[in-house]
Ligand binder design. Structure first.
Ligand code: 0WE
Length: 256
């Protein structure tokens, strides 16, 4: 029942109520965890405040642009003062300039490549390094990935390369932090209709494609991703680290 009673967590990447980060946060909260949330930019501040308010007064809400070391330091400083310790961290953050997701991968600019990797992959390393000193009782760090990390998904382009980096970072972090009982894993989600997916040309066809081709003949729900996030955070996953867990209705196993 209270799988995460007495645990403290921090969630990066809630934009609105459809966010995968919000689904995982809800699962963690319902399991008894005390949570902190970060938001990127004033535009998303109100959304996160409104959502987090439903979790009660001991919820922390902090600004964080994950490309800024000083903002990351301030976040973990505040979490250390408020919680004194940390057990869970969710990284559900990605960005590539829109143009890089539209044209050909071969045309990716140096700047678009840099931004995609900084926001979407390096940030996991920076957050893990800052979180580790607070994870004195061990911990679970979770990143979000996508199949485009391992196979070509047209137009996913530099995000696929950045997710491949994120998955490799997950393995190296798992090795470094394992002795501290900190586990690091990725959930590779099937497509979900979130803010990050909005405006992506052909996204509706992609959902239909998964319905037709995946063994379960449907798309994954945000609630199901929440349940996997809860599992990976719990002692049920105590011996699982460095892994990429596909939560995609089985799509990834198909060859044709
Ligand atoms: O990781 C993602 C998308 C992340 C993302 C989304 C945007 C949209 C707005 C990163 N950067 C941006 N930049 C923007 O300006 N997904 C797994 C969802 C997604 O995005 C795709 C997909 C899928 C699936 C893009 C092309 C093809 C497939």
């Amino acid at each position: 029942m209270s799988l995460l009673a007495g645990k403290c967590g921090i969630v990066f990447g809630v934009a609105n109520r459809r966010s995968i980060a919000w689904a995982i946060a809800q699962a963690w909260h319902q399991a008894g965890a005390r949570l902190a949330f970060t938001y990127q930019g004033e535009r998303l501040k109100e959304n996160v405040e409104e959502l987090a308010a439903t979790f009660g007064a001991d919820t922390l809400i902090l600004p964080c642009d994950v490309t800024r070391d000083e903002e990351i330091a301030a976040v973990f400083d505040a979490v250390g003062r408020a919680f004194g310790k940390l057990h869970l961290l969710l990284h559900s953050v990605a960005f590539a300039p829109k143009a890089a997701l539209e044209g050909r991968f071969v045309d990716t600019s140096r700047e678009a490549f840099r931004i995609a990797h900084d926001v979407s992959a390096y940030s996991l390393v920076a957050l893990a390094r800052a979180a580790a000193p607070l994870m004195t009782e061990g911990g679970s760090i979770i990143g979000m990935s996508y199949y485009g990390a391992e196979k070509v998904v047209p137009h996913y382009n530099v995000m696929g390369v950045a997710k491949a980096a994120l998955e490799a970072c997950t393995r190296y972090l798992a090795y470094d932090l394992g002795p501290n009982k900190i586990r690091v894993n990725c959930i590779s989600a099937g497509p979900v209709n979130t803010l990050a997916a909005r405006g992506i040309a052909g996204f509706t066809q992609m959902l239909k494609h998964y319905e037709e081709r995946s063994p379960l003949k449907r798309n994954v729900t945000a609630e199901e991703l929440g349940a996997t996030g809860l599992f990976l955070a719990s002692d049920g996953a105590a011996a699982i680290t460095g892994q990429v867990i596909y939560v995609d209705c089985g799509y990834q196993i198909m060859g044709m």
